[in-house]
Ligand binder design. Structure first.
Ligand code: GUN
Length: 295
């Protein structure tokens, strides 16, 4: 079997056209959606991610502001920045690029973001709401994976999904979103004993470990759907995922490539969440205006 390639770049391109239209409507009838991105320190990968987010905002017509701080910024100063952005009515989404330096208490920083601006979906209230099945914002990477599965009409209800990776950014929310759609979900890690015994039973495998070639062809049931969230840099500079692509594509029914798979979907879902935040802010502003005109 030669797997069908799920191209994130192609699906993201389709979404972008739809998102551009929503931005245009907001901008013409109310105001331009605005995203603030906070970058701390000089992690080269984070710089690239932040640059790509700002570039995509530009392309879609979203206002973006990047706040760059030195790695030794204090907790207090970072909290003050977030409070300023919470109060700024021209900013509808706030994203703090992770990881943060060791002296910063990440949980306190994320909890300081107004939940209606938490476009990453990392605020503890949004995490709880996702677990309860009514998330305000879905974390962008697993949300992008769900859109890719939907685009190819891959059934989820009653199917066995194995998520490998337990991060707060991908693995845990991914498991919750699949569960919400009626999948039977197993969560593994890169250290799970006899990982292959789990993945061989899976109809859908989502790899999110950051371990090159962790999933090989012999670990996959024929016809399974394999989603590779890993982005790893090889010593020669090339990017690759967690899946040994050439072997797995011989066994799988569907597979995502790296690059050009989940990555482009993550950014588009961030744009979607920012636009949604702005649309909700407009609805709230209009409701307040109606109330005050009745008084
Ligand atoms: N670092 C890696 N992925 C992400 C993400 O989705 N959001 C944020 N804020 N930081 C990240």
């Amino acid at each position: 079997m030669n797997a069908i390639i799920i191209s994130g770049s192609t699906i993201a391109g389709k979404f972008r056209e739809e998102l551009k239209q929503r931005v245009k409507t907001l901008t013409e009838t109310w105001m331009q959606p605005g995203l603030a991105v906070i970058l701390v320190g000089d992690n080269p990968a984070s710089r690239v991610y932040v640059r790509n987010k700002a570039k995509t905002c530009d392309e879609l017509g979203i206002r973006s502001e990047v706040f760059s701080f030195p790695g030794d910024i204090s907790q207090k100063a970072l909290l003050q920045q977030i409070q300023d952005l919470n109060a700024n009515t021209e900013i509808h989404g706030i994203l703090v690029q992770l990881p943060l330096p060791g002296h910063i208490h990440i949980d306190e920083i994320i909890a300081a973001i107004a939940i209606e601006k938490d476009v990453d979906g990392f605020h503890p209230c949004n995490v709880g709401a996702l677990a309860a099945g009514h998330a305000l914002f879905h974390p962008c990477t697993p949300f992008g994976v769900m859109k890719m599965l939907a685009e190819f009409n891959i059934p989820l209800q009653g199917q066995h999904a194995v998520v490998v990776g337990r991060s707060n950014i991908v693995g845990k929310p991914m498991a919750l979103m699949l569960l919400e759609k009626g999948a039977t979900v197993t969560v593994c890690t890169s250290r799970t004993r006899d990982l292959a015994s789990h993945t061989r039973n899976a109809d859908i495998i989502v790899m999110a470990t950051g371990k090159v070639n962790l999933l090989t062809g012999d670990m996959v049931k024929p016809g399974a759907t394999v989603i590779d969230v890993g982005i790893n840099r090889l010593p020669d500079g090339r990017l690759c995922g967690d899946v040994e692509f050439s072997g797995v594509k011989e066994k799988a029914g569907y597979i995502t490539p790296v690059p050009g798979g989940v990555g482009p979907m993550t950014i588009v879902m961030l744009m979607n969440n920012t636009i949604e935040a702005a649309e909700r802010a407009r609805a709230t502003a209009q409701a307040v205006a109606r109330q005050s005109s009745m008084q």
